[in-house]
Write a protein that binds this ligand. Structure first.
Ligand code: DQA
Length: 147
């Protein structure tokens, strides 16, 4: 059995389903988890699916993935626009990283256009709602299988 894909979500994504549904949709994070598990299973992978509102906890999980995971899917949420520490952790992990966003940050406020995570990501999936996670997991399984 290959090592799992780590699917990590940043701050405020625990509110999915009720948080600004016109932007982020009505799918809950539990439902997103089920979609990710199904997509990974179809490719022979399991997922470790976690969400935190705390930057340090996300960094601890990226460090865990460094030895326990085969790839990382990350929706950094607001931290993507601010966190050099997350970028450092991802660089240290030396794993394929796929960044994902439910909304399309490039089509929103200008401060959302820059992502530190994009500097280390193999690819970015954004703007497709819950499908962004599914497609990011699909990409991660392909990258992990090649690694
Ligand atoms: C987000 C986009 C970010 O700009 C925002 O801060 C989020 C969610 C998304 O999934 O669309 O919290 O990452």
């Amino acid at each position: 059995m290959p090592k799992p894909i780590y699917v990590l979500s940043g701050p405020n994504l625990n509110l999915l389903g009720t948080r600004e549904p016109h932007i982020y949709g009505t799918t809950t994070l539990d439902e997103v988890k089920a979609l990710c598990e199904a997509r990974a299973a179809a490719a022979g992978f399991t997922v470790v699916f976690r969400q935190s509102n705390h930057e340090g906890e996300l960094i601890d999980w990226i460090q865990e993935a460094r030895t326990q995971g085969s790839a990382i899917v990350l929706n950094p949420a607001g931290y993507g626009h601010t966190s050099i520490a997350l970028l450092d952790a991802l660089q240290a992990a030396e794993l394929p990283v796929v960044e994902c966003h439910l909304s399309n940050p490039a089509a929103r406020e200008t401060f959302r256009r820059h992502s530190y995570v994009s500097q280390v990501a193999k690819g970015v999936v954004m703007g497709l709602g819950a499908a962004s996670y599914e497609l990011a997991v699909e990409a991660a399984t392909r990258l992990a299988a090649k690694a």
